[in-house]
Design a protein around this ligand. Structure first.
Ligand SMILES: Nc1ncnc2c1ncn2[C@@H]1O[C@H](COP(=O)(O)OP(=O)(O)O)[C@@H](O)[C@H]1O
Ligand SMILES: [Mg+2]
Length: 238
């Protein structure tokens, strides 16, 4: 599924967070949004998701204008750094949550939900842990649960906002590999927000480097390394 961001602008209190920003994300691409704090990464991700609305411009999914379509109807999976799990629910119940709250006419049967949860536990390599509670898992395992929960409704896109920020280096590395492997295997189109250069360069097919609500460069990691487009990019990567 391709994503097109077309001349999107967003202001907060007269201050410009995004300025006539264009971005074209091809189907099945893994894109990193990389930039310093305050550069507009989260705002852009929220507008693509339908969690916030642009003042001007359009969002298209496979060419279809979804600018006015609310988040619930965009079929997107989210993973955030602080997207906490429900503490009073088991891992299986957490993963099933998005399915169990669907309207009755759309909701899978209990047996189908249980089968889907088992499948998702396998995808994130947490087989056998469905009956545990979140406090009985490590931080890395909890983010795997968050990823499984995001995938439960078979989203077309996966949007991740600094999802591994709170984890130590070794666990981050493991989760990056797991995420990239899942992205490829499921044929997802993923957008990953980070301010960590190594993370962006290690994960993404293409990197959009943001600065002050604008894209300084959008290219493959190799091309950005070879030929930084602006002074900002050169300094940011130095
Ligand atoms: N809800 C909001 N209200 C006011 N200002 C906001 C809001 N969200 C973001 N901003 C401002 O917009 C700019 C971009 O923020 P953000 O998208 O969160 O950047 P990033 O994710 O790159 O750190 C910042 O100047 C930030 O202060
Ligand atoms: Mg942010």
């Amino acid at each position: 599924m391709a994503i097109t961001v077309e001349a999107v602008s967003k202001q907060f209190d007269g201050h410009s967070a995004l300025e006539a920003l264009d971005l074209e994300i091809a189907d099945r691409t893994f894109v990193a949004l990389l930039g310093p704090s305050g550069s507009g990464k989260t705002t852009l991700l929220r507008i693509i998701a339908g969690l916030a609305y642009a003042d001007e411009g359009h969002i298209r999914f496979d060419g279809e204008d979804v600018t006015e379509i609310p988040v619930q109807r965009r079929n997107i999976g989210f993973v955030f750094q602080n997207y906490a799990l429900f503490r009073h629910m088991t891992i299986a119940e957490n993963i099933a949550f998005g399915l169990s709250v669907m309207k009755r006419r759309d909701r899978p049967s209990k047996a189908d939900i249980a089968a889907r949860v088992e499948e998702l536990l396998g995808i994130v390599r947490l087989d056998g842990l469905g009956k545990r509670y979140p406090t009985q898992l490590s931080g890395g395992q909890r983010q795997r649960v968050a990823l499984a929960r995001a995938l439960a409704r078979k989203p077309r896109f996966l949007l991740l906002d600094e999802p591994f920020g709170a984890l130590d280096a070794k666990v981050r590395q493991e989760l990056r590999s797991a995420l990239r492997e899942i992205h490829d295997r499921l044929g997802l189109t993923s957008i990953f927000v980070t301010h960590d250069r190594d993370e962006a360069f290690g994960l993404a097919d293409r990197i959009a480097i943001l600065n002050g609500g604008k894209i300084e460069q959008y290219d493959s990691p190799e091309a950005i390394n070879r030929a930084p487009a602006t002074d900002f990019v050169r300094e940011f990567l130095a």
